[in-house]
Design a protein around this ligand. Structure first.
Ligand code: SIN
Length: 272
């Protein structure tokens, strides 16, 4: 297995590995590379749904999405990622960490795309929340250190469902209070943990102050120096650590089709 960094800050492409047949030794190498690079990319992976789920389970129990239907019949742990000519809004088109509204948000997501737009496009951008945190002034780091924020699934999921005409008025979506700066449980590094898709307010500060700080942080985490950008091919796989990475999917290919499946691994309650 050969790990080729995409940037010094975030992302690496892994060569010479079949994700469908990972043994324990290879798994340990992948996990170590993930902790180092935060998001890993793999090409030409043939794994089927069961192998995809088995890969996720090497990291931990699988997560079931609180809003999306099963991505394949009989597989509630599979999330379908799909956009075509009928799409009103794509999933993941703003900077976010997956399902951060859960009290114990997913630690890892593994996305495999099988259909790509003919004319290019549909890249995914990833931003290192470690690098974004490290680039803050020490005064701002101190200010944010003890703060928490509300993450609410309702606004995002209800907006998406409204656009496709799905009545979700009887549903209750997850909502949680998380530290604004979270410490990664494995690396001990600190990263920013608020995002524009799920975070609705900063706790314990005046509303206008909270909105200004969140607006500053959203602009900050979107700076290109913290990012890498992945150009997908058929059967490419991306594996990202939601505890220290935010991502956004470019929807620049309408009305073309882009499609794939995601397995998501459950995580722990974030801590300062
Ligand atoms: C997501 O999992 O948020 C979607 C990512 C993508 O479609 O590239």
């Amino acid at each position: 297995m050969n790990v080729e960094p995409l940037t010094p800050v975030i992302g690496a492409e892994v060569h010479g590995l079949d994700l469908a047949t990972l043994d324990e030794a290879k798994f340990a190498e992948v996990e170590a590379a993930l902790l180092d690079h935060q998001v890993l990319f793999f090409r030409d992976q043939e794994m089927d749904i069961d192998q995809h789920k088995a890969l996720g389970r090497l990291f931990g129990p699988l997560h079931i999405h609180p809003s999306a239907p099963p991505g394949a019949p009989g597989h509630p742990e599979i999330l379908k990622v799909h956009a075509d000519e009928n799409t009103k809004r794509t999933a993941g088109d703003g900077w976010h960490s997956d399902v951060s509204c859960d009290p114990e948000p997913p630690m890892l997501s593994i996305l495999k795309l099988h259909t790509l737009p003919c004319g290019g496009g549909g890249d995914t951008l990833f931003s290192s929340m470690y690098a974004a945190y490290d680039a803050l002034s020490s005064a701002m780091q101190t200010y944010l250190a003890g703060l928490t924020a509300i993450h609410d699934g309702g606004p995002n999921y209800r907006d998406r469902n409204r656009r496709i005409g799905f009545d979700d008025s009887d549903r209750v979506y997850p909502r949680a209070e998380h530290p604004v700066i979270r410490r990664h449980p494995r690396t001990g590094r600190k990263g920013i943990y608020v995002n524009s898709v799920f975070t609705t307010e900063l706790c314990g500060v005046p509303k206008a102050e909270g909105e200004a700080i969140l607006a500053f942080l959203y602009a900050h985490i979107a700076r290109p120096q913290f990012q890498c950008r992945f150009r997908w091919r058929e059967n490419s796989v991306a594996m990202w650590d939601n505890r220290c990475v935010q991502h956004m999917a470019m929807w620049d290919y309408y009305p073309e089709t882009r499609s794939g499946l995601r397995v998501t691994v459950r995580g722990d309650r974030p801590f300062h």
